[in-house]
Ligand binder design. Structure first.
Ligand code: TLP
Length: 345
């Protein structure tokens, strides 16, 4: 066993770097509800600039950022078109339905991407029986599709549908920087077709807490009110924002290393009998373990006995997520542990 467990459950487990801790210690702060926290203000400006939008809002989490975005774009009784395995639909505890009173209209995608024609067909025409469509939401990278990158031309086509029907388009870009690095494009280029974008500082970028939503200035003003209403006004949040600024400044380019580690892990796993591996595009490796005769939860429990942590995302599906706190040695160790497990040793 290695000294520390190899934790591949998620990139959310990443710990702040020494530079982040220093920046947090030294952060200039003020009351952010009065907009007097200079470090939060700097993060919001920097995030908006990086994503090519007018303004930004620092929020507690990706889930809160998506919830605030849905609430700000829609009115109760409207419908939101989104992918059937998207995080907003699958993993956000029905917050938008409960708090926003909206109905979800999930469409099945391919590798996380929706068919623009199906999106257009799902937009509701005027009819006494129908809820009006209020929003289209996409996810890039797509988590449950294994960190899949949305093809830019597919996003463009859906943006045209949104524009034709005068609908806002939101991006759950929790991992937009992974998509940008994988495509060799800027985050601003990927964000351009969207009205609003949420991205996370606390995943592959390694900050301890927080996400940012970006969009038009008047929209962010309304989002700020929703954040307060939801209890997300954070006062001296500069200590957190300081780590976010370091994340944007120092942690984006290195995501390529996580992608290379995911590819190495996938290649090694694909050579083992009983495993079906989805070739990774970014930092996630999805593996169907049905061929081993084990359930995903039994499989991950066996790995955990040897100090390797992975997640089960369906009865026979296991997810490994690479990130800055797992190096190549951890990946090779993981491959050795899985090989032994499969040989029944
Ligand atoms: N995803 C987490 C879990 O919630 C599943 C993970 O381990 O991958 N959008 C996307 C695409 C996400 O993957 C996540 C987190 C979020 C939003 C929510 O972010 P947080 O955890 O900050 O609320």
């Amino acid at each position: 066993m290695l000294k520390e467990p190899v934790d591949l459950r998620s990139d959310t487990v990443t710990k702040p770097t020494p530079a982040m801790r220093r920046a947090m210690y030294e952060a200039e702060v003020g009351d952010d509800v009065y907009r007097e926290d200079p470090t939060v203000n700097r993060l919001e400006e920097e995030a908006a600039a990086r994503l090519g939008k007018e303004a930004g809002l620092f929020v507690t989490s990706g889930t809160q950022g998506n919830l605030i975005s849905v609430l700000t774009h829609t009115a109760p009784g409207q419908e939101v078109i989104l992918e059937s395995e998207s995080h907003i639909f699958y993993y956000e505890v029905a917050g938008s339905a409960l708090i926003g009173g909206v109905q979800m209209r999930p469409l099945k995608g391919k590798a996380g991407a929706l068919d623009p024609a199906e999106v257009e067909a799902a937009v509701r025409p005027e009819n006494i029986h129908y809820p009006p469509t209020g929003l289209i939401a996409l996810e890039n990278t797509h988590n449950r599709a294994g960190g899949a990158v949305l093809p830019p031309e597919n996003v463009q086509a859906i943006a045209q549908v949104a524009a034709r029907h005068q609908l806002p388009l939101h991006l759950d870009g929790a991992r937009i920087f992974n998509a940008a690095v994988a495509l060799g494009l800027s985050a601003a280029e990927l964000a351009a077709p969207f009205t609003s974008v949420m991205f996370c500082l606390s995943k592959g970028l390694g900050a301890p807490v927080g996400s940012v939503i970006v969009g038009p200035r008047d929209w962010i003003e309304r989002a700020r009110k929703w954040r307060k209403r939801l209890g997300g006004g954070m006062r001296q949040a500069g200590v957190l924002a300081a780590a976010g600024l370091v994340a944007l400044d120092q942690m984006v380019e290195r995501l390529a290393e996580d992608h290379a580690n995911a590819r190495r892990l996938a290649e090694g796993l694909a050579n083992l009998p009983g495993l079906e591996v989805v070739p990774p595009q970014t930092n996630m490796v999805l593996v169907d373990v049905a061929g081993t005769g084990l359930s995903a939860s039994a499989f991950t429990a066996r790995l955990a006995e040897h100090g390797v942590l992975a997640g089960d995302t369906a009865p026979t599906k296991v997810r490994f997520v690479t990130h800055k706190d797992v190096d190549r040695k951890g990946i090779e160790y993981t491959l050795a542990v899985v090989a032994k497990l499969i040989k029944g040793e």
